[in-house]
Write a protein that binds this ligand. Structure first.
Ligand code: SAM
Length: 215
């Protein structure tokens, strides 16, 4: 990548980060087809704590998943968990490819972390072992849940969840609503695509409880 895409060579400088220790400028010493040796020169940024917001999303069509990973990484998502629901219409996901998307989006935004992407889990399994202190903001388009603004004023969720293209089943919605750590919300009168709904909730979460208050 350094050699063939960025066309860099010995003597050029790049910045490095590992998600733990901050950002460093470094000079390329040697660069061949399989390896590179870089000399770390100095620290350019220190690592800062970031909001820990997770995105739980159904396996959607490939383009929608790519779009969601890219945009939610830009918006600061810390972790993605693909969820299998009763109406999920895709079964396979290439985690390696999604991880590469997340790296590119993270570089684009100059954040110093790469979000984790976990293996897909069944919604019921996920809810069964969920850590109860992390509230899940869940999109419900049935006009029976309170507005997102109201819920975010009264609570501080740590994850967002949306249903698949065909929505959650009645049974899934009832299960979700029975969990004390799930807050179902309305995102207004329009029915949004699942990826749009997830990004809208992440945006609202960042604005109210995230790091948008800092410059
Ligand atoms: N029930 C619909 C159907 O029959 O296809 C649409 C499901 S929608 C495309 C996918 C998901 O986005 C929903 O399960 C919900 O989580 C979320 N969503 C979409 N619009 C929403 C809204 N206005 N309020 C809250 N959540 C919404």
């Amino acid at each position: 990548y350094l050699r063939n895409v960025l066309r860099l060579g010995a003597g050029k400088t790049v910045t490095l980060f590992n998600g733990r220790d901050g950002e460093f400028s470094a000079t390329i010493q040697t660069l061949d087809r399989k390896s590179a040796i870089l000399r770390i020169d100095q620290q350019t940024r220190s690592q800062k704590a970031e909001p820990d917001f997770w995105v739980l999303f159904p396996l959607l069509k490939k383009d929608a998943v790519d779009f969601l990973i890219e945009k939610a990484t830009e918006l600061g998502a810390a972790k993605f968990i693909p969820v299998l629901t009763q109406r999920t219409n895709a079964k396979n996901v290439n985690l390696e490819r999604l991880h590469r998307h997340a790296i590119e989006a993270a570089e684009q935004t100059e954040r110093l972390t790469i979000p984790d992407i976990e293996a897909p889990q069944k919604l019921t399994d996920l809810l069964g072992k969920w850590a109860k202190d992390r509230l899940i903001l869940t999109g419900d388009e049935s006009h029976t849940s309170p507005p997102v603004r109201e819920v975010l004023a009264a609570s501080q969720p740590g994850a967002v969840l949306v249903g698949p293209e065909g929505g959650f089943t009645e049974q899934e919605l009832a299960l979700l609503k029975s969990k004390p750590f799930v807050k179902t919300v309305s995102l207004g009168p329009r029915v949004l695509r699942a990826d749009t709904a997830a990004l809208a909730m992440l945006t609202a979460l960042q604005m109210v409880h995230g790091d948008w208050g800092s410059k």
